[in-house]
Design a protein around this ligand. Sequence first.
Ligand code: EPU
Length: 422
Amino acid sequence: MEKFIVHGGKTLSGSVNISGSKNASLPILAATLLTREQCVIRRVPDVSDTNYMLQILQNLGAEVERASGNVVIRCEKLRGHEAPYDLVRKMRASVCVMGPLLARHNRADVSLPGGCVIGDRPIDLHLRGLQGLGAEARVEGGNVHLEARYGLSGSEIDMSGKHGATVLGTDNVMMAAVLAKGTTVITGAACEPEVVDLANFLNAMGAKIRGAGTPRIEIEGVAELGGVEHTVIPDRIEAGTFLVAGAIAAKDRITVNRVDPEHLSVVTDVLRRCGCPIEANGSSLTVGRAAKPVGANITTEPYPGFPTDMQAQMCSLFATTPGTSVVRDTIFPQRFMHAAEMKRMGADIEVTDGTAVIHGVERLSAAPVMASDLRASAALVLSALAAKGSTEISRVYHIDRGYEHIDEKLIGLGAEIERLPA
Ligand code: EPU
């Protein structure tokens, strides 16, 4: 296990390059199970979650090569249709092999991912969707067994749940439906850019998907799919995290390169309302600290609303923004593990029923803190950047799950961070 020591108070300047999207890469890697031909996927971030997905694919019989962000996968001969607990428990997104395995083998045996620190995270909507395509689902011994004895058939599937659409659920049904007989219509589909990237990948393989990025997706089943080369979209959450780093600690401005500003418009709108100067120039965004910072009230929502994956980072910004800010997470109301740790650094933050009320203090101060999940860890690093003293953040394996070399990228901007054995 490793820890970070963040020496606070250094200002940031210069530019940073954003990696390919973790959350787009994971289902795209799983989708390679749909063809016997070779797929080349570029800009796959080197983070533990993509490693876990590749381990699951290799365990199923995939041949994998990985170098400099490029992953070459051939799922010519698969050994089986099982994703065991040992591998699945490491990452919830493993469930997105269910759809492609069902499509390829008419069977999938996948261990249930279990709880997670950010909330309950059920998969009822995934199962409802796959059952709608003709699969039978049975949960036994902690595993979900799916079988489509007579193959999958297109149908009308409603994917909306009480917290809105499900991203990986939409992905799973889309990946199963591409090889189903007939036409599938998904209503209440997730509209996230990562769903669109998966649909583009599948269409390049020969699938017939229309409407991805809207709540209604139409999929005409095809008999088979072929190999493809694809470049993953930029990681909008990593980009948003660096924008907040600039809003907290830029000397003048920092530039965040290789982003899609459209995917980030809700985040940049909020930062602008908080007084931060932000400019877009092609695929770059520049950001600086607000001359007169003001807080905001934000509520997380499915895309194009404010992303839950940026909620913790905003809490870090608001911790030292004068006045009161309110952050409500409607998607994962329990996702506030960062709040208790930030309090140890002097933040004035109270969480009740999925809502954090934050009264900005002048400055945070260093304390030993513990990372609990991916975005909470990012929030602690951001909080530590401008804090007084040296903050020790333990369990940084959480941050390595989804941020490629975050310490080195911040050091490149002028931060002082050490990565040490714990
Ligand atoms: N939900 C259900 N039933 C289901 C599935 C989801 O009730 O069968 C609920 C969830 O409990 C939640 C809401 O629906 O309240 C939305 O969850 P969703 O299914 O969209 O989450 P996900 O697809 O499992 C992806 C991202 C998460 C991100 C969420 C929401 C990946 C690999 N993960 O998860 O990313 O928070 O969408 O945008 O794409 C992260 O990167 O830190 C992360 C957690």
